[in-house]
Design a protein around this ligand. Structure first.
Ligand code: NI
Length: 383
């Protein structure tokens, strides 16, 4: 099948335009408008407001299998600190994770496949609100995987920890399950000079913060991946008053398995035990935000073949994994698929990490990403 060649200039122009106009989760109306307009004129069946601000477009032959390509659209509440000529025009908002590139890549995949005689159907899902963990579930709720029924799903993340020219594809879990916990410690307030008349929630919170770290170091099988981070502690105002409450918030990351199953119970027991030791009470809210991103074996092979076509066998690596979360997990727990990391670290300058105010991508990675997903769609539909 002959497709129009990948248009690097168009990819870069699209990415820069999106970069100038970042939008936060479930507010991606400008981005969604561009996507819907562009794909509509290319002959796709376009549905908007799928998962609030999400857009879905599909085309191809009836009756064949249907493959979904997912691109996330949202930016972050970060003040951009780059000197790029196309830096964010919106104070306090930035495409600091590369989702501008993901949308540009999705548009280019759509353009290249717009006139192709596909042996099945391709469905492009432009997803809102990945960063705040709600967009994928909202799209699935609104039927993105139905009519036509999706048989496989693929996606990618531009990756600053991997040099441009490399694509990482691994079977099994590649990104972590994200859990959130919030613990309210209820003590008894009083005079800082009379601590014996109080139940000090700050000392309790300090002990609990340390004790939560022992879940990973002492309670988890060392061969299982796991992280517990306390990221928010709040208590007290005055220097001479013991407050009556303290608040902790944090996250547990895992790759599924036993640690994932046991984590809620371990956090709760540790909190209750420590609080009881100090005579305090606690209220615990433990939530599962997204499961691990798990790549299917067969679908990884399909995507690996496409990756070899895009960057050669020397460019394809395995074993890149992250304890970050990705709500692509929702798609991959519903249908088999694969999520790849596409290297976007330039060789000639240092890279800033994802979510930092100086994050940037090597734009050559856009072409690689578009080639990868286009070849994955064709490879899957003709396999
Ligand atoms: Ni991201």
């Amino acid at each position: 099948m002959t497709l129009p060649p990948t248009d690097a200039d168009r990819l870069i122009a699209d990415r820069r335009d999106l970069h100038e106009h970042p939008e936060l989760g479930f507010q991606e109306t400008r981005t969604a408008g561009i996507v819907a307009e562009r794909l509509g004129t290319q002959g796709y069946d376009v549905r908007t407001e799928v998962g609030k601000t999400g857009v879905v477009a599909d085309r191809g032959r009836e009756g064949g299998r249907c493959v979904l390509v997912r691109a996330d659209m949202d930016g972050l509440p970060v003040q951009e600190a780059t000197d790029l000529p196309f830096k964010s025009r919106h104070p306090g908002r930035m495409h600091a994770c590369g989702h501008d590139g993901h949308v540009a890549i999705g548009l280019e995949v759509a353009r290249r496949l717009a006139d192709a005689p596909l042996p099945g159907r391709v469905k492009l899902a432009f997803q809102p609100a990945e960063e705040i963990n709600g967009g994928a579930a909202a799209m699935i709720e609104d039927g993105v995987l139905d009519a036509p029924t999706v048989n496989a799903a693929f996606g990618l993340h531009l990756w600053a920890n991997l040099p441009t020219g490399k694509i990482a594809i691994s079977e099994g879990p590649v990104m972590a399950a994200v859990d959130l916990f919030e613990i309210q410690i209820i003590g008894r307030g009083g005079h800082a000079g009379h601590p014996h008349q109080t139940i000090d929630p700050i000392v309790t919170a300090a002990q609990l913060t340390s004790a939560l770290q022992t879940i990973v170091s002492r309670r988890r099988d060392p061969f299982e991946e796991g992280v517990v981070s306390v990221t928010h502690v709040r208590a007290g105002e005055a220097y001479n008053v013991v407050p009556d409450r303290a608040f902790l918030r944090g996250t547990v990351r895992s790759y599924g398995g036993r640690f994932y199953e046991e984590a809620p119970k371990l956090v709760e027991r540790t909190a209750r035990g420590i609080c009881e030791t100090f005579g305090a009470r606690c209220e615990i809210d433990y939530r599962r935000l997204s499961g691990p991103v798990v790549n299917d074996g067969k679908m990884s092979a399909v995507m690996r073949a496409a990756a070899v076509a895009a960057v050669g066998s020397g460019g394809v690596v395995t074993g890149v994994r992250s304890m970050g979360g990705e709500d692509m997990a929702h798609f991959l727990s519903a249908v088999p698929g694969c999520f790849a990391f596409v290297g976007s670290a330039p060789a000639d300058r240092p890279t800033s990490p994802h979510h930092s105010p100086t994050f940037d991508i090597d734009e050559r990675a856009l072409t690689i990403g578009a080639d990868l997903l286009t070849a994955t769609v064709l490879g899957y539909l003709s396999s």
